[in-house]
Design a protein around this ligand. Structure first.
Ligand code: FAD
Length: 382
């Protein structure tokens, strides 16, 4: 019997880690990931200003698991009827139970010129491209960076770029555009206000209620006028991965797509046990994966023991956030329960979360390096 986990991001890593303990030893456990590495994506924006940080947010998947076989390959499609994964190299992989954890891709919504002119932020190569474009702009005497979209990735990217400009003494303005009326629009109001204050403190020119309609090579066109730019970064939304035809899979609180397949993390649009839409986030992906692992264990037992067609009872997931943490340049905002805090305390909490997450994922060395970097001791590593 074979269980395949597609994708080694937050959902895939946590799910596989749990399955290593839960599944019988004779079950073949395989993770398929196109990079063969786990990227700590929620820290990716920081690699724009600190390229040396890149090595600390990438963990080889082989270092994380004990009994799991890691297959470095690109998933092209999933045939659920045949229970077969088609890989880009022309081979295929059969499975008994599959977990789709392929994450999301950047959505450009077909806005003319946006995909052509903007750099998204999903991979380390995107972070280095943004850095090179920023450096070229700074060296040429300065100009404007426009960041489109003020969700978690947009606010953190804008904050990082503004701090970079200050640090380099560069005449670069950072403009953050958001279609809705506030930054971090899907978050609690107090958190939004604190994030906005941090962005203001970093000197980001925040413009909310501004809808991007298209882009040329000189300006981002919005319904309220053109915004000229030199560098354009797009963090305006996500869609499903190509392997799922660009769609995020709709699943309910047990993550099942059918009696042999689950979908977890950003690749899925999850509605929890109380009917609430779960926000696409690293935090949710990790928490979902813990419940999904128990459900995969049940599906595996069911596939082995019963051929009667009755669906087993699966556990329901309820989204419950312990709080949120974002970095905004040299500052940070944390929300724990109803309390929102900024400044040093938030910054310390941010480093703690990043480090403990990495340590749990097996990247102890990276966790230590992350802590050193957070506290300004990058040169003192090891
Ligand atoms: C700049 C930035 C800042 C963010 N900040 C935060 C934050 O502060 N807090 C928070 O909770 N969330 C944050 N997020 C969101 C968070 O990173 C995502 O929600 C999270 O990565 C989703 O986890 P996942 O496991 O579903 O997908 P991912 O982590 O994206 O993992 C998907 C995996 O699938 C692999 N893959 C994809 N397609 C294929 C294919 N066809 N074949 C094989 N392998 C494939 C990829 O290589 C990757 O390893 C941020 C995101 C960004 C970009």
């Amino acid at each position: 019997m074979r269980v395949v986990v597609l994708g080694g991001g937050y959902a895939g890593v946590v799910l596989t880690d749990k399955l290593e303990d839960r599944l019988p030893a004779d079950v073949d456990l395989v993770v398929v990931d196109e990079t063969g590495e786990h990227l700590v994506q929620h820290e990716l924006h920081r690699a724009i200003r600190r390229p040396e940080f890149a090595g600390d947010i990438v963990v080889p998947l082989d270092d994380i698991f004990d009994r799991t076989r890691v297959e470095v390959a690109t998933v092209e499609s999933v045939d659920r009827d045949a229970r077969e994964i088609a890989l880009a190299d022309g081979t295929s992989l059969e499975y008994d139970v599959a977990a789709v954890c392929l994450g999301a891709a950047s959505a450009f919504y077909g806005l003319p010129g946006v995909e052509e002119h903007a750099v998204p932020l999903k991979r380390l190569s995107d972070a280095s491209q943004i850095r090179s474009e920023f450096e070229a702009l700074a060296e040429s005497g300065g100009g404007t960076v426009v960041v489109g979209g003020a969700g978690l990735s947009g606010v953190q990217t804008a904050g990082e770029l503004a701090a970079f400009a200050r640090e380099e003494n560069a005449a670069v303005d950072v403009v953050l555009l958001e279609q809705l009326d506030s930054v971090a629009p899907s978050f609690p109001e107090r958190f939004q206000r604190a994030v906005r204050d941090e962005l203001d403190r970093e000197g980001v020119d925040v413009r909310t209620g501004v809808t991007v309609s298209r882009a040329t090579d000189e300006a981002v066109e919005t319904e309220s006028g053109d915004v000229p730019y030199d560098v354009f970064v797009w963090t305006g939304g996500i869609r499903g991965p190509d392997a799922l035809d660009g769609e995020r899979v709709d699943v309910r609180a047990d993550f099942s797509v059918d009696d042999r397949t689950v979908a977890v993390g950003d690749a899925a649009r999850v509605v929890d046990s109380e009917g609430a839409a779960v926000p696409a986030s690293a935090q949710a992906a990790v928490r979902e994966a813990r419940v999904a692992a128990r459900n995969v264990e049940t599906l595996v037992a069911d596939a082995r023991e019963h051929e009667d067609g009755f669906r087993p009872r699966l556990e329901q997931y309820t989204f419950d956030s312990p709080g949120w943490l974002v970095s905004v340049g040299d500052g940070a905002v944390a929300q724990v329960g109803p309390t929102v805090f900024r400044g040093t305390a938030a910054r310390a909490a941010k480093s703690g979360v990043g480090a403990s997450y990495l340590a749990a994922a097996g990247g102890a060395r990276e966790a230590v390096a992350l802590l050193s970097e957070e506290f300004g001791a990058a040169g003192d590593r090891e």
